[in-house]
Write a protein that binds this ligand. Structure first.
Ligand code: DX5
Ligand code: ZN
Length: 218
């Protein structure tokens, strides 16, 4: 299993204190920053475009993990790579849940020189996508319905984590299993026990002492 990584989510940052909070994230030992892109169409919310990512790229060496919650990920993937993304994750639902289309976009993203992964919403089964573990650097399991921070963890998605963990043993042990939504000290334990190695955390981490909160997830 890959080493544990914590990816604090920009969505829950205090935007009046972004520089200070970035320094705190760096101090915490978290190696990634999770960047949620919402287009107001794939999910009923809008978040950040590429210009803010460019600014983040200038201000930190943290790995920039971009989560595209957009209807047209093939259009937006190169835009965010150009802006400084280190990885791009897109949703299978945006590609008609068609494994062939998912594989094609993973390949396109790899050709841009960054890590590539796919994500599934809580209601989307993982089985059709298990063979793609060999083509992906990461698979992101949503543990809330995407669109907003601060929602409650859905433990029923952990069955998908277990299935992925089994699949990667055979196909690609380096493939990361990432989880996103409702992660706190308790749900992090459940997720890690099921096979997660990459934890996105938003509202839990940015409430007060960032390094102390990150430490409780490790
Ligand atoms: C939700 C986003 C998450 C969000 C998680 O659609 O994809 O990355 O920031 O926030 P918390 O950790 O508060 O559930
Ligand atoms: Zn996210």
């Amino acid at each position: 299993m890959p080493e544990l990584i914590i990816a604090p989510s920009v969505l829950s940052m205090d935007y009046t204190k972004m520089q200070d909070q970035l320094r705190e994230v760096e101090k915490s030992g978290a190696k990634w920053i999770h960047y949620d892109v919402m287009d107001g169409h794939f999910v009923p919310n809008l978040s950040f475009g590429p210009d803010i990512l460019k600014q983040l790229r200038k201000s930190t060496d943290l790995f920039l993990d971009v989560h595209l919650m957009v209807t047209d990920p093939a259009f937006f993937a190169p835009v965010f790579v150009k802006a400084g993304a280190d990885s791009i994750v897109f949703h299978t639902e945006a590609l008609d849940n068609d494994p062939a289309k998912v594989k094609a976009l993973l390949d396109e993203i790899h050709a841009l020189g960054v890590k590539a992964g796919f994500s599934v919403k809580p209601a989307t089964p993982i089985e059709p996508f298990l063979p793609l573990v060999q083509d992906a650097d990461l698979v992101l399991i949503m543990s809330v319905n995407p669109g907003y921070g601060g929602q409650s963890f859905m433990p029923e998605v952990l069955g998908k984590v277990k299935a992925l963990d089994e699949a990667r043993k055979e196909l690609n042990p380096d493939c990361r299993i990432e989880i996103d939504g409702g992660i706190n000290g308790q749900t992090a334990k459940e997720a890690k026990a099921a096979g997660v190695d990459t934890l996105v955390a938003g509202s839990y981490v940015f409430k007060d002492d960032i390094p102390a909160k990150v430490a409780t997830l490790c």
